[in-house]
Write a protein that binds this ligand. Structure first.
Ligand SMILES: *[C@@H]1O[C@H](CO)[C@@H](O)[C@H](O)[C@H]1NC(C)=O
Ligand SMILES: *[C@@H]1O[C@H](CO)[C@@H](O)[C@H](O)[C@H]1NC(C)=O
Ligand SMILES: *[C@@H]1O[C@H](CO)[C@@H](O)[C@H](O)[C@H]1NC(C)=O
Ligand SMILES: *[C@@H]1O[C@H](CO)[C@@H](O)[C@H](O)[C@H]1NC(C)=O
Ligand SMILES: *[C@@H]1O[C@H](CO)[C@@H](O)[C@H](O)[C@H]1NC(C)=O
Ligand SMILES: *[C@@H]1O[C@H](CO)[C@@H](O)[C@H](O)[C@H]1NC(C)=O
Length: 351
C-alpha cells in the first residue's frame, strides 16, 4: 500500500517536473509539523469579537500577500502543512453573515472572493510549491453565479489535490453561500497519512462527520472562522470557545485522530483522546504569535487502511442507524436536505 503510493508519487513528480533537486534533503515523512494560522486577514476588525465593519473594505490581494508571508514564516520554522481559518480569504464577515441583507458589503465581498486559477490563487499555489509545504486555505470561492465556503488541499508541489464546499453553511451563512455536495466529503491520502477537512459547525452534524470519520483519518484539519477565549461575555453560545472546542474534542475522541484547530484568535491542537496538546489564547498578540505549531510522529501512517468494517463509523453502524430510526416518524425527506443555491446576481440585486 505504502510502496504503491510512493511509486505513484515519484512518477507524478517526474511527469510535471516538480521533483526535489539533487541538493535537497529527501523529505522525512515520519515527522509532520503542522502550523495553524491564528492571525487575522487584512482589513479585519479587532479585537476578535468586534463586528463593526463601518468604513472597512475586504482586500483579497492584501490578504493573499499576508498569507504568503505566513507560509514563508511557517516553512522557515519547519512546517510541512499550513492551515488557514474558515473564509480567511478574504475574511469571515463576522456579524454580517447574521444579517440577511449583508448591508452595503455584499458587492465588495463577492469581488474579493477567490476564483480558482486567478492571479491570487496562483500566488497561493506558488507559495506552497516554493516553500515546499502543503497548505489548506479556507476561502470564499467564487464559481460563476455562486459563492461557496471552501477548503482546499494544495500539495507541496503546488497541485490542487482536493477542493470542497461546506455542505450546509450555518445559520445566516445560508443566505449568502450555496451548499456543497455530499461527494465532497473525502479523506485524502498523503505521504504523512490520511487527512480529512471540515469547517466550523460541520463538526456538529452527523451528515458531515460520519462519512469523513468512516474514512480513517490520521489527522483532522478543522477551520473555524474566529474563536474568542473561554468565558467571553460578548460571545453567544454558538460562537463561544466552550461550544466549538467541545465539538472539536468530541470529533478527536470519536475519530481517533488529532485535530488541528485553525481560527482567528484562540487556537489549539487536540490529541486523539480529545485533550489539548497546545493552546494559544485570543488575547495573545497576533504580531508575536501569528502561527501555532505542533509536530506529529507519522511513521507508518501513509499505509493506514482507509476504513474499518468493525468500528463506530462503519457500514454496520450506518445500517443500525437506519434500522433503529423511530418507526413513528414519517419516512419523509423535508426541505432541510434540499440543496440550497444562492445566485450572486440575486444577492447583488437585493443589496
Ligand atoms: C536546489 O536546492 C537548493 C537547496 O535547497 C537551492 O539552494 C537551489 O536553489 C535549488 N535549485 C533549483 C534549481 O531549484
Ligand atoms: C463603528 O466604527 C465607526 C468607524 O470607526 C465608528 O464611527 C462607530 O462609532 C463604530 N460603531 C460602534 C457601534 O462602535
Ligand atoms: C489584485 O491583484 C491582481 C493581480 O495581481 C490585479 O490584477 C488587481 O488589479 C488587484 N486588485 C486590486 C483591487 O488591487
Ligand atoms: C519534527 O520536526 C520539527 C520541525 O522541524 C522538529 O522541531 C522536531 O524536533 C522533529 N521531531 C523529531 C522527533 O524529529
Ligand atoms: C441588518 O443590518 C441592517 C443595517 O445595518 C439593520 O438595520 C438590520 O436591523 C439588520 N438586520 C438583522 C436581522 O440583524
Ligand atoms: C515514531 O513511531 C514509531 C512507530 O510507532 C516508533 O517506532 C518510533 O520510535 C517513533 N519515533 C519517535 C521519534 O518517537
Amino acid at each position: 500500500m505504502r510502496f504503491a503510493f510512493l511509486v505513484g508519487f515519484i512518477s507524478t513528480c517526474v511527469a510535471i517536473g516538480t521533483c526535489p533537486n539533487a541538493t535537497d534533503q529527501p523529505t522525512n515523512y515520519d515527522n509532520l509539523t503542522v502550523a495553524v494560522v491564528r492571525a487575522p486577514p487584512a482589513n479585519w476588525p479587532l479585537p476578535v469579537m468586534n463586528k463593526n465593519w463601518t468604513g472597512i473594505d475586504f482586500d483579497l490581494n492584501a490578504t493573499v500577500s499576508k498569507a504568503v508571508h505566513l507560509i514563508e514564516e511557517a516553512a522557515g520554522n519547519g512546517a510541512n502543512l499550513v492551515i488557514f481559518p474558515e473564509l480567511w480569504f478574504p475574511g469571515y464577515p463576522k456579524g454580517i453573515a447574521d444579517n440577511v441583507t449583508m448591508a452595503s458589503h455584499v458587492a465588495n465581498y463577492i469581488d474579493n472572493s477567490l476564483v480558482l486559477n486567478s492571479p491570487q490563487w496562483n500566488r497561493l499555489t506558488s507559495a506552497a510549491k516554493s516553500n515546499n509545504v502543503y497548505i489548506v486555505p479556507g476561502f470564499s470561492h467564487r464559481d460563476g453565479n455562486h459563492i461557496f465556503m471552501a477548503q482546499a488541499l494544495i500539495s507541496s508541489a503546488g497541485e490542487l489535490l482536493y477542493l470542497r464546499h461546506k455542505l450546509r453553511p450555518s445559520g445566516g451563512e445560508r443566505t449568502i453561500w450555496s451548499d456543497g455536495t455530499i461527494n465532497e466529503l473525502k479523506v485524502i491520502a498523503t505521504p504523512y497519512g490520511r487527512w480529512g477537512l471540515l469547517e466550523c459547525w460541520e463538526h456538529f452534524h452527523p451528515a458531515m462527520t460520519f462519512n469523513v470519520q468512516a474514512q480513517a483519518e490520521t489527522l483532522h484539519i478543522a477551520s473555524w472562522p474566529h474563536i474568542p477565549d473561554f468565558n467571553d461575555p460578548s460571545a453567544a453560545g454558538w460562537e463561544s470557545a466552550e461550544v466549538n472546542v467541545a465539538a472539536a474534542r468530541v470529533y478527536a475522541a470519536n475519530s481517533g485522530a488529532p485535530v488541528a484547530f485553525a481560527a482567528v484568535g484562540n487556537v489549539r491542537f487536540i490529541n486523539s483522546d480529545g485533550l489539548d496538546i497546545v493552546v494559544v489564547n485570543a488575547a495573545e498578540s497576533f504580531d508575536e504569535t501569528p502561527l501555532v505549531y505542533s509536530s506529529f510522529n507519522t511513521t507508518g501512517l501513509a499505509a493506514t487502511i482507509p476504513y474499518t468494517t468493525d468500528g463506530e463509523q462503519s457500514w454496520g453502524i450506518l445500517q443500525q442507524l437506519r434500522a433503529g430510526f423511530p418507526s413513528y416518524i414519517p419516512r419523509v425527506v423535508g426541505d432541510f436536505v434540499r440543496r440550497n443555491m444562492i445566485g450572486v446576481e440575486d444577492l447583488l440585486a437585493a443589496a
